[in-house]
Design a binder for this molecule. Structure first.
Ligand code: 5GP
Length: 224
């Protein structure tokens, strides 16, 4: 957006790795799509999946849609940073794609389930986890039924999995309750900007500023 402050990213640093997890139907994908539109230098990772594309979804945009055989081959090749079987389909994050973005200094958001998040953490990678909750179980159920892309059986399964997933929230650093979209996006944006303002990331810029103080001090001390 044009009236926003310019990029608050330290130049030349490695990107930050954010993980956003939430029970299915919480609206995390919509939230993160909005987030990456308002925050510069932040990319949403594009996962690989063996699930067939739903109507309106595009290969290379929503997901990289691949066959189950290809997915299994990628697992064997060690191509995934993490992968999981979610509701009977496989989903995975490419290790190479993620590394290329991070090495390029881009901050990356992985929108992955709790199993995937556990795998990334267990690799010892530094991550910033955000758990998104719906306002209540009843509202989640309403949303799942409202989007009407699932059968009754699928809705019940998603709710059952959600009940287990919400217990994992304490493994994450931040929490967003997705009651209304705008405040939830603002909170996510605040999290990204706060993480970017940490002293350890700002050190090179801070040192440039500190140097100007030293320079001023030396000039003052010089005999005239
Ligand atoms: P959907 O089929 O509705 O697009 O996604 C189903 C679930 O798979 C969601 O909870 C989503 O977060 C998860 N998911 C999507 N991509 C990945 C991925 O690359 N890894 C993991 N572990 N989960 C993913």
């Amino acid at each position: 957006m044009s009236n926003r402050a310019p990029v608050d990213v330290s130049q030349g640093r490695r990107g930050l790795l954010f993980i956003v997890s939430a029970p299915s139907g919480t609206g995390k994908t919509t939230l993160v799509e909005r987030l990456v539109r308002v925050v510069p230098n932040l990319k949403m990772s594009r996962s690989y999946t063996s699930r067939p594309a739903r109507s309106g979804e595009q290969h290379g945009v929503d997901y990289n849609f691949i066959s189950r055989d290809r997915f299994d081959a990628m697992v064997r090749e060690g191509a995934f940073l993490e992968w999981a079987d979610v509701f009977g389909h496989c989903y995975g994050t490419s290790a190479a794609d993620t590394e290329a973005l991070l090495a390029d200094g881009q901050d990356v958001v992985l929108v992955i389930d709790v199993q995937g998040a556990r795998q990334v953490r267990s690799r010892g990678m530094e991550t910033i986890g955000v758990f998104v909750l719906p306002p209540s179980a009843a509202i989640l159920e309403q949303r799942l039924r409202g989007r009407s892309k699932d059968s009754e059986e699928q809705v019940r399964r998603r709710l059952e999995v959600a009940r287990r997933e919400v217990d994992e929230f304490s493994q994450y650093e931040y929490m967003v309750i997705n009651d209304e979209l705008d405040p939830a996006v603002e909170r996510l944006e605040a999290i990204v900007r706060a993480e970017r303002a940490r002293v350890k990331l700002m050190r090179p810029e801070a040192e440039n500023v500190i140097r100007t103080f030293r320079h001023a001090e030396n000039t003052e001390r010089k005999p005239v």
